[in-house]
Design a protein around this ligand. Structure first.
Ligand SMILES: CC(C)(COP(=O)(O)OP(=O)(O)OC[C@H]1O[C@@H](n2cnc3c(N)ncnc32)[C@H](O)[C@@H]1OP(=O)(O)O)[C@@H](O)C(=O)NCCC(=O)NCCS
Length: 240
């Protein structure tokens, strides 16, 4: 079994995986799922969605197993009150969070620091201004409306969206559109590293490089300066 070195203090290992390229190995991934995961896959009606979910879960288990030094099928994934998955085996302090959009899955892994990650495929046909009214602070809405071109609006909207969602996912709480605890924060600033307060905790927010047509961000508990370590496709291939 291949093993992965534990992330050092402040390091966040980030995986970006094109799930369609992994589908030839689907039958192997299927065998790694827990009974709950298998039941969830069975409930998914759309075949392509079922396949992507199964591949994603199998790959998640292989990666987490490599950090923990256990067989993928034996990784114990529990779920928090609001649905955030975590490792029941707290021995190594590994934290993780994942997000998927269309065919792409992103996964963040850290030691001890809580993380949240979000990826979205960019879709200019969605009612972005309506969505901004529901989800963003007045400050962020004003900023977006001040942008000179529709293209800048779209790009900044998605950056603001994934940053907000990464932050909410890091805190592990569900999302409610009028959550006053996030309204004062600004997620639209043109900075590489933001620090925002969300649900009484300070979070560092970083934008992530992802394939064209997608937008992604990472939130990590503030403290040590965060350092993103991108896991290369070669390392991933060796692992899978
Ligand atoms: C999970 C949630 C927090 C995000 O959902 P999403 O953006 O549709 O989906 P993502 O692909 O980014 O994330 C889903 C993954 O996050 C994880 N997750 C589930 N609940 C979570 C929670 N409360 N906190 C953190 N992570 C969670 C799971 O691993 C899940 O994938 P899985 O079910 O395959 O294991 C969703 O419950 C939610 O509340 N969405 C609100 C969307 C919204 O309106 N956002 C506006 C703010 S900008």
């Amino acid at each position: 079994m291949t093993s992965l070195p534990q992330p050092r203090d402040g390091e966040i290992h980030v995986f970006c995986i094109d799930l369609t390229r992994q589908l030839p190995e689907l039958s192997r991934f299927t065998q790694l799922l827990s009974p709950d995961e298998t039941a969830r896959a069975t409930r998914l009606k759309i075949d392509s969605v079922k396949k992507l979910y199964t591949a994603g879960r199998g790959i998640l288990r292989i990666i987490l197993g490599a950090y923990l030094g256990v067989e993928p099928g034996r990784v114990m994934i529990a779920t928090g009150e609001h649905g955030k998955p975590y490792l029941a085996d707290a021995a190594k302090g590994i934290r993780f969070n994942l997000s998927h959009s269309r065919d792409v899955l992103v996964l963040a892994v850290s030691s001890a620091l809580e993380v949240g990650i979000d990826i979205e495929s960019i879709d200019a046909d969605k009612p972005l201004q309506e969505m901004a009214k529901l989800a963003f602070s007045h400050h962020d809405q004003h900023y977006l409306l001040s942008l000179p071109t529709p293209q800048r609006y779209i790009t900044s909207f998605y950056r603001c969206w994934v940053r907000t969602e990464a932050c909410l996912k890091a805190s592990g709480r569900g999302f409610s559109p009028l959550d006053a605890s996030i309204a004062p924060s600004s997620f639209s600033e043109e900075k590489d590293l933001l620090t925002v307060c969300c649900n009484q905790t300070n979070w560092h927010i970083l934008d992530l490089p992802v394939p064209p047509g997608y937008c992604a961000a990472l939130a990590v508990e503030a403290g040590i300066p965060p350092q993103i370590v991108r896991v290369s496709e070669e390392s991933l291939k060796a692992l899978l």
